[in-house]
Design a protein around this ligand. Structure first.
Ligand code: TPP
Ligand code: SF4
Ligand code: MG
Length: 277
């Protein structure tokens, strides 16, 4: 039986003490164990950033690539071997900024990939510039008078693009986050889990305590995850009360369902390749 120990890596971890990334890493391990997945069945893909170092700290198949380019790599890997469980770890800058177009394309394709975005609302690795999810007017080390762009809302954008699984977790609630990650992996199709992640070094506004005072569980308030309009309304909710949980879930045909030759099994097991739709 697979255990958390099977995923323990010996890589040295230099995330700052107190960083929310630790909670996400623990929740990922718990989810993979809960799913009963052996490390050889799992591929974790990332781009560049503090979040993107996550695959180093999990002992399974991993690909650490270029900034903003995790989703194209994950797409190729999933198409070549769709028997693999593929997860992506990305930062808010990595996924919604440099990789924004790939985010849109991945939702539209609906490949069976789980995307976990470590949303610290800042560029952490490059020491504190505003990211796409930094709110309008948020002061940073580089923009002391505040950002001059509107913040990007990933949940509302994903819903508007037709995503079949849209969720938000919090690194400070590992049990709920592990549940959300496992649900995202179980969902057949593209799954977005945006994770509120404090960056203790460069985001002094969205701290662990700031989130603790505001987050609430959508499920406990009777939210119907099949109701797109309610999901969108909660997706736009921010401020004194911040919802967590599964905002929306709908089963749709995946990219693999739509391609005839992929029905015959993973490409890596097929001797001759003749493309047919
Ligand atoms: C194409 C490209 N542009 C910019 C950079 C520099 N860069 C590296 S990490 C990073 C920001 C990372 O922020 P985020 O994705 O939010 O991850 P975090 O470090 O906050 O986890 C930037 C701008 C790069 N490596 N490649
Ligand atoms: S800079 Fe921020 S995101 Fe990066 S390790 Fe430190 S606390 Fe975490
Ligand atoms: Mg970031």
């Amino acid at each position: 039986m697979v255990t958390v120990e099977d995923y323990r890596s010996d890589f040295e971890n230099e995330w700052c003490p107190g960083c929310g990334n630790f909670g996400i890493l623990e929740a990922m391990k718990a989810a993979l164990v809960d799913l009963g997945l052996e490390p050889h069945q799992v591929l974790i893909v990332s781009g560049i950033g503090q979040a993107a170092k996550t695959p180093h700290f999990l002992k399974c198949n991993a690909f650490h690539g270029l900034h903003g380019r995790a989703l194209p790599v994950a797409t190729g890997a999933k198409l070549a071997n769709h028997a693999l469980t593929v997860l992506v770890n990305a930062g808010d800058g990595d996924c919604y900024g440099e990789g924004g177009n790939h985010f849109m394309a991945a939702i539209r394709r609906n490949l069976d990939i789980t995307l976990i975005v470590h949303d610290n609302r800042i560029y952490g690795l490059t020491k504190g510039q505003a990211s796409p999810t930094s709110d309008l007017g948020m002061p940073t080390r580089i923009q002391p008078e505040g950002t001059v762009s509107e913040g990007f809302n990933p949940l509302a954008a994903a819903l508007a693009l037709g995503a079949g699984f849209v969720a938000r977790g919090f690194s400070g609630d590992k049990a709920q986050l592990a549940m959300l990650i496992a649900a995202g992996v179980r969902h057949k199709g593209f799954a977005l889990i945006d994770v509120l992640q404090p960056c203790v070094s460069f985001n002094h506004i969205h701290t662990h305590g700031w989130y603790k005072q505001r987050v609430f569980d959508l499920a406990a308030e009777g939210h119907d995850a099949g109701d797109w309009n309610a999901a969108m309304a909660h997706g736009r909710q921010w401020g004194d009360r911040i919802p967590l949980g599964i905002f929306y879930q709908e089963q749709k045909p995946t990219f693999i369902d739509r391609i005839g030759m992929l029905q015959k099994g993973p490409l890596i097991d097929q001797a001759a390749v003749a493309f047919e739709l």
